[in-house]
Design a protein around this ligand. Sequence first.
Ligand code: ADP
Ligand code: MG
Length: 350
Amino acid sequence: MPSGRSGRTSPVSSEFGLIRLLKAQVAKPDREVFMGIGDDSAILKTSSSVWTVITTDLLAEGIHFDPARSSFEDIGYRAAVANLSDIAAMGGTPRFMLVALAIPQTCSMRKIQRLYRGMMQAGNPYRVSLVGGDTSASQRGLFLSITLTGIVKPGQALLRSGARIGDRLYVTGTLGDSRAGLELLTNSRRKGFSAMKPAQSRWLVARHHRPSARIAEGRWLVKQGLATAAIDVSDGLSGDVRHLCEESGVGVEIVAASLPLSRACRAYAAAHHVDPQHLALQGGEDYELLFTVPSAKQSRFERLAASTTFRFTCIGSITHKRSGLRMRTDTGTTKILPITSYEHFRGPLR
Ligand code: ADP
Ligand code: MG
């Protein structure tokens, strides 16, 4: 992390180092701010009956999307889900959206209209209203920034910081699908493509283009009041679990064999001779929720969960901070959890 004199002159080399630096520089206590920098969304104590959650995400052409591989509808959809997912991670209900665009000359009106169609397709199930934004020209590539607000009952939001030693760690849905879909799109592992069923390839690509925001799951978790902490998996499990542990001041042990993998992801991994657990740990943009439940409440939680259509999988336990972040391998040994998730400025995924 850059600091002091060298911090002012050296290039930005760590996304999260920069955020820490900015937080220390500018964050000031304000009575209305319940949560500022440091969680998936900020929380504002807007009234005694309802609090506002607010989040923003920026997507840059060439970094987050490539119009040669994704339709503008899909780019818009995924951008909206990135924001919806940060509201879901707080257990919030999404409400209002603002959209800022920087548009290169190569982009037609029609493409931008298609981008908005995709955004609204993602937001419509939650009756999200688009209430404004900003528009600029861009000299290089399309930039799309969405700001989304939501609501939550006072004091009920799920935070990254609530995990305690002994808590069970859960994740919604399946992990690694979006990554596998992206690899299929980029043809980076073309060999073996034909070894997969076309329907499975299509499903993985759809998981990349049109991920699900786990709004219903987040709201359900808040309603049951059993979860202690949550974060969404946007950069990859190995990195996002780290954020949850850092904010909670704890360690974690993940059981590799319990990572939830879809049949299509397993088929992809087999056809391309890659480790599906690796896809699950490093694959970003799954937009699943990672959350913790106290071990004493685990059976109650699982009983309640069984009466829903949600898929929750226990993938490990919260440990003492000094144990660090560890993974129990299939052979029963434990090793340090590899950091393979995405971080801006760090370079490409390994
Ligand atoms: P997420 O992956 O959930 O979108 P990020 O890792 O992007 O979260 O951000 C982590 C925290 O840092 C959030 O609270 C976010 O609002 C804050 N943050 C990120 N970038 C900036 C920035 N440039 N200035 C101020 N706060 C930032
Ligand atoms: Mg997030």
